[in-house]
Design a protein around this ligand. Structure first.
Ligand SMILES: [Zn+2]
Length: 440
């Protein structure tokens, strides 16, 4: 499978629904996916997606089967996996059916409590990370509206239950989160993986989010491999189908996670600081990972993963340079640079860097002008903002990563509104001056 650079459609569930195993197993494409396993006694549902997707998913499930839900499993407590329950619960209440068992790992409860504590913060954060996803950001997150788990697992040993003559086995592994569960249904040769598998490079070092677990992620892949599954319903993206494909995807992901973990660890042991580790890691990244369909940096990204490993074992002082221990304000530093040299030289230098495709260096030089803008004339300030906006947008076009693109485009948008307000101020000033002129 190949994805176009700007295509995150698969990630938000815009691909065909899939039924398999004689139409007893179903992948409901969504943000994130729902996995449905039909038995003679009812349904086992793995994940129930984002709140807004609830009505759509309810319709999709009821177009397939009228059987009641007996078990609902949370792969982990993220918003896109366990908040889309409302229409399903309404149906249960309307029909006077028994409530299903809701299964989660015990750390999921801590997560729900954390989301309630940090509600406003998460809204702000997710609005940035998911800026390009259509629809209202305001309603994405509703942490007080939770369907509480009824069976809470500590994950130390597999948890097994039976329904309609099928055995369901839940296992706990850390990866994207510390509360993840994956499901094994041996009669169906099926794994429901949650976000341990997202058809992208694993989301292991998300720049906005808390610590993730690269080494455990590799181990999770190896645990799943032992099942010799024929199908994986991933947390995001289409069904992974066929023993060979399943094996390949799990093996390469395990290998990629071991690689980033072990190489950063080796460099920590060699007494290196983050910057050196980061750039060395970029140089040694193997082609076979770059080229693999399931390691494309569409959501997670190797560059993020380097941070994840470093952060897992290292404190916040990451440069080894005492100047950085208690940094001065960057605006004040910029002003000192501008006192040393003509502002236009910085601008021209940034343009030259851009002409030589040195985008990142050009940004640093432009930031001196932007941060120290009270020392430069307005015309140059505007030109600088326009140039930075252009660079960010060009970088975004070249980026395969959805998260990186959003960060760059958010920055470009902020600059654009700054340009607009400066121009507005200026035209108001001009009107004012003209008015004065006419008056005399
Ligand atoms: Zn997810």
């Amino acid at each position: 499978m190949s994805y176009s650079q700007n295509d995150i459609k698969f990630f938000v569930g815009m691909f065909p629904q899939k039924s398999f195993n004689d139409n007893t197993c179903h992948l409901i494409p969504s943000f994130g996916n729902m996995g449905i396993i039909e038995t003679d006694e009812g349904l086992v549902v793995f994940d129930i997606a984002l709140k807004q997707y609830g009505p759509r998913n309810f319709q999709a499930v009821r177009d397939i089967t009228q059987k009641p839900i007996k078990y609902l499993i949370y792969s982990h407590g993220h918003f896109d996996h366990c908040y889309g329950f409302e229409p399903f619960i309404s149906e249960i209440k309307e029909n006077g059916w028994e409530m299903p068992q809701i299964i989660a790992h015990e750390n999921c409860l801590n997560r729900f409590a954390k989301y309630q504590m940090l509600d406003e913060y998460h809204k702000w954060l997710n609005a940035q990370q998911f800026a390009s996803v259509a629809g209202s950001q305001d309603e994405v997150v509703s942490p007080h509206d939770v369907l509480e788990p009824t069976i809470i697992l500590d994950g130390k040993t597999p948890y097994r239950f039976e329904l309609g003559g099928l055995e369901f086995e839940l296992n706990h592994d850390k990866g994207e989160t510390d509360d993840s569960l994956w499901l094994w249904v041996s009669e169906k040769e099926l794994v429901c993986s949650g976000d341990l598998m997202i058809s992208s490079y694993p989301n292991v070092g998300n720049p906005y989010k808390v610590q993730r677990y690269p080494k455990h992620w590799a181990l999770a892949m190896e645990h799943i491999l032992q099942k010799d599954a024929k199908y994986i319903i991933p947390g995001h993206g289409p069904l992974i189908e066929g023993k060979e494909k399943v094996r390949d995807v799990l093996e390469i992901t395990a290998e990629a996670m071991h690689f980033v973990h072990d190489e950063v660890v080796q460099r920590l042991n060699e007494g290196k600081w983050f910057e050196q580790i980061f750039h060395e890691m970029l140089e040694i990244y193997p082609e076979k990972f770059k080229a693999h369909d399931y390691l494309k940096p569409l959501y997670g990204d190797y560059r993020f993963a380097i941070h994840a490993v470093y952060r897992l074992y290292h404190g916040w002082y990451d440069s080894g340079n005492p100047s950085d221990l208690f940094p001065a304000k960057s605006e004040e530093i910029a002003i000192e640079f501008l006192k040393l040299n003509n502002a236009h030289k910085y601008y021209n230098h940034a343009k030259m860097l851009l002409d030589n495709n040195k985008y990142q260096l050009a940004l640093y030089i432009l930031d001196i002008l932007i941060k120290g803008h009270r020392l430069i004339d307005e015309e140059l300030y505007l030109d600088t903002l326009i140039l930075k906006n252009k660079i960010l947008k060009e970088k975004a076009i070249q980026e395969p990563s959805f998260i990186v693109r959003n960060i760059l485009n958010n920055g470009a948008k902020q600059i654009k509104s700054r340009i607009k307000s400066i121009k507005n101020e200026r035209s108001k000033r001009n009107i004012h001056t003209q008015g004065m002129g006419n008056g005399y």
